[in-house]
Unconditional design. Structure first.
Lengths: 523, 320
């Protein structure tokens, strides 16, 4: 206690006019932000860190609702292809420059430039213009009713600062590119970067001039990278860190029962599901060599009946998952409680269905699973191998790190696979575009099963330009009905996140796993 | 005409070669074995573990390699207690509801099979190359031994990982799991041949200078006959020692690869895979998932290693 008081008083002396409750939070994560250039990487951990330094036009709260940030209001203009953004007044960058419309125009143009990793989110933008100092018009190539959903991770930079430091060209993701903005920052956010040692530690300090009326109680953030799960947990238990964002499910109970640690859990906007090959071509990994068993609806139904989602929740996930019967998290527009229902396991019926389909003795197949991407991914797959085995489907498990698993998905080299899907736009169209639509062009990038349905494809494409919300929602419901009837995907559960903090510090679980330290509260 | 007195029975016995059993019973090796308590304990432990592994299907209360027999609700049962679903587990159950005892028995089978096969592979390859290098000399010797030197300058586990990675790249994804064990044996075997090659080469070079080899050559005995009938048997002593110690190393190497997640499929766990799975649950208190497989691995590797140590001393004429 004495030491704490001493530290606090020294800090107060050094900083001068700090608020009375100067407080440091040491935040531990599994990995570091990949870069500080805000448009270089469309990646969760990078955005999570950047949200403390830079700000976006719109943001999402912990319920997933769009909320104003640098834009105070937004609406479609008289021309339905133009989005009008009203900007917040009196905002200053960390270097003291004023935030105006020209910074927004500059940043959106930078975010949709060739080297930007954020450009697919702005693909339908035609031009961005500043009407006056605090109004921006974004002209779209066609009706784009959901465009503001795409803006939650597009950060606004200062035009003058970026130009003066020759950082107009974005650092290309995965390249050796470098620019001033990769290691230096000048945002409008609630914290300023003090120091940074890549992959080790970064220090942020409160921005006293920030526009928000309520000041965060955390005046200093020490962001530490601890990749090993056990080490991360012990660091919290021994008091070396105050906040661990990535807590393994098996350690939640242990941490909850320790004095001095609070564990908060909450649903993530991410569904875990299995997918399989459609089409007549025989599977590469099966003993059935003349046809594709998965192409038979009875086999797909038998698989759905074999999986005991509640047992997976109770044993593999230790209660930290939300079993589901539909491949969309509840946060997403289009989700309904009716779709979410899942069947009780019925092995006898599954066996009967397999026999009816012509596989009384089952068949063999290989299941590809990642082992370091989702919560207990390999353990979920191992459990499902056993459950399908009881119905007669003999599954060989191929477990790989995500770096080797992803190419199998992207190149459609898998017969049967596990994958997780997050929905940053909170709309079903994002799921349909990548998982359900026939693999072609911009669509179906994550449809390695090769499911194809031309009617459905037309409906999916219509969602992008439909402005009538009621009509659009009706189309979404129609698409889900077909997807469920055809059992295009075999969903297991929605992931649950766990955050652990030193007792006294409270932080809500963010559905996109993007918690903000400035929203942390203290008892 | 006087008759020569008949030879005594004792003399007859001494002149006729004794049966293999008697020969073994009177050998120096067995004498040394009976004088070494460590060797006896190590041999006993090895024998018990090997027999348990071989007869696993008859001993094990469950078959953990048959996924359809598993009940997830049996998961995380502590040792010596019954699960929620009513099954009894002497050493507890793991996160998938597998009986830890049965999994260790079946897992040791995988570990031993991979270890022994990989060692035999390394032994065959290394001995053949060592004989060729030692007998031929010159350029062939230089090339083979430089390759061996390069390989010995890397840790074996790195080479095994490299071979494993290349094999994975060549085999199409749909066949990879079926060939996982073969690839593992190949990777471990290829990372360990150099030791054998070095030893055999040294011994061959010594034997090559000896008169009996020169005599055989002058008599016109073929090169291969000389190598395999005359030289090879004289190099086998040290090879046997390396093979025993190499077996312990191969078992550990397999465990390491499986621990790193590049070995056997998780549905057919070896001891290393079991340890990898178990280490996730140390903090949450399910110690038995890690503890029993780890103790088994240590016991197996230590026992085989001690046997190898003893064999080295027993075969070393200077230490007799």
């Amino acid at each position: 206690m004495k030491k704490l008081l001493l530290t606090a008083s020294v800090a107060a002396l050094v900083a001068g006019a700090l608020p009375a409750s100067a407080e440091t939070v040491r935040w531990a994560r599994v990995s570091d932000a990949l870069t500080l250039d805000p448009h270089s990487q469309n990646q969760g951990i990078t955005h999570n860190f950047a949200h403390h330094i830079y700000e976006t036009l719109v943001d999402r709260d912990v319920a997933g609702t769009l909320i104003p940030r640098l834009a105070t209001e937004w609406a479609l203009g008289d021309d339905p292809t133009v989005w009008v953004f009203k900007l917040r007044q009196g905002v200053k960058f960390h270097d003291g420059a004023d935030f105006t419309a020209e910074d927004v125009v500059f940043s959106l143009d930078r975010a949709r430039s060739d080297k930007s990793n954020m450009r697919q989110l702005h693909a339908s933008v035609e031009s961005v213009t500043a009407v006056d100092d605090y109004t921006v018009h974004v002209k779209m190539t066609g009706p784009s009713p959901l465009y503001p959903n795409n803006l939650t991770n597009t950060f606004i930079m200062d035009k003058t600062w970026t130009e003066a430091n020759n950082a107009v060209t974005v650092q290309e993701a995965g390249s050796q590119d470098d620019n001033y903005a990769v290691r230096n920052t000048n945002g409008t956010g609630p914290y300023k970067l003090v120091s940074r040692e890549v992959d080790v530690k970064s220090v942020l300090e409160l921005n006293e001039a920030h526009w928000a009326e309520t000041k965060p109680f955390v005046t200093k953030i020490e962001y530490t990278v601890i990749s090993d799960a056990a080490t991360r947990v012990s660091a919290l238990l021994s008091g070396e860190v105050d906040f661990v964002q990535d807590v393994p499910v098996q350690d939640i109970e242990r941490l909850s029962s320790s004095d001095g640690v609070t564990v908060t859990t909450g649903p993530e906007n991410r569904v875990i599901y299995f997918g399989y090959k459609f089409g007549d071509a025989p599977l590469k990994s099966s003993n059935v060599t003349d046809k594709n068993p998965f192409n038979d609806p009875k086999v797909r139904e038998a698989m759905a009946l074999s999986i005991d989602r509640d047992a997976i929740k109770q044993v593999v996930m230790r209660g930290y998952s939300i079993p589901t019967g539909v491949a969309t998290p509840p946060f997403v527009n289009g989700w309904t409680a009716e779709l979410d229902k899942y069947p009780a396991p019925d092995i006898a019926k599954a066996k009967a269905l397999l026999a009816e389909a012509g596989y009384p003795d089952g068949f063999t197949v290989t299941l590809d699973t990642p082992n370091n991407r989702y919560v207990n991914d390999e353990a979920i797959s191992t459990a499902v191998v056993g459950m399908l085995g009881q119905a007669g489907i003999k599954v060989t498990l191929a477990s790989r790190p995500i770096a080797q698993h992803s190419p199998l998905i992207q190149n459609a080299e898998t017969d049967f696979y596990l994958l997780g899907w997050g929905v940053p736009t909170f709309d079903s169209a994002y799921i349909f575009n990548d998982l359900i639509h026939t693999k072609s062009g911009h669509y179906g990038a994550y449809n390695p099963g090769g499911y194809t349905n031309p009617d459905l494809d037309a409906k999916i494409q219509s969602l992008g330009t439909e402005v009538d919300v009621a009509k659009r929602d009706a189309t979404i419901a129609e698409i889900w009905a077909v997807v469920q009837a055809d059992r295009v995907l075999l969903p297991v559960h929605n992931q649950v996140l766990a955050y652990a903090t030193k007792k006294g510090f409270n932080i809500a679980v963010h559905p996109e796993n993007q918690p903000r330290i400035y929203e942390m509260t203290k008892d | 005409m006087s008759t020569t007195p008949p030879e005594s029975a004792a003399q007859i016995a001494a002149s006729t070669p004794p049966g293999w059993f008697r020969r073994a019973a009177q050998s120096d090796i067995l004498y040394s074995f009976r004088r070494s308590p460590i060797a006896m304990v190590a041999a006993f432990v090895t024998a018990v573990l090997v027999l348990a592994a071989v007869f696993a299907p008859f001993i094990a209360p469950y078959n953990p390699f048959d996924p359809s027999s598993l009940n997830l609700m049996d998961g995380f049962t502590p040792p010596m207690s019954s699960s929620f679903a009513g099954n009894y587990f002497l050493l507890g159950s793991d996160n998938q509801g597998r009986d830890v005892l049965s999994t260790i028995l079946y897992g040791s089978r995988v570990s031993l099979f991979v270890g022994i096969s990989a060692t035999l592979f390394a032994l065959t390859l290394g001995t053949a190359l060592g004989l060729a290098a030692g007998y031929a000399g010159g350029r062939i010797d230089s090339v083979i031994m430089r390759i061996a030197d390069i390989q010995l300058s890397f840790p074996a586990i790195l080479i095994a990982l490299l071979i494993f990675g290349i094999a994975r790249g060549i085999i199409p994804p749909s066949r990879q799991e079926g060939m996982a064990i073969a690839v593992l044996i190949l990777a471990i075997g290829l990372s360990n041949w150099a030791q054998f090659a070095r030893t055999v080469r040294g011994a061959t070079m010594v034997e090559r200078q000896k008169d009996y080899v020169s005599a055989a050559r002058i008599m016109g005995v073929g090169r291969f006959t000389i190598l395999f009938r005359h030289v090879l048997p004289n190099t086998l002593g040290p090879v046997l020692v390396i093979a025993t110690i190499g077996l312990a190393l191969a078992i550990i190497e397999e465990a390491t690869l499986s621990f790193l997640g590049v070995g056997v499929p998780p549905t057919q766990p070896s001891l290393g895979t079991l340890i990898r799975i178990g280490q996730q649950f140390l903090f949450s208190g399910e110690w038995w998932i890690l503890f029993f497989p780890a103790v088994t691995l240590i016991a197996l590797a230590l026992a085989v290693n001690l046997l190898g140590d003893w064999l080295r001393d027993a075969l070393n004429p200077r230490l007799r």
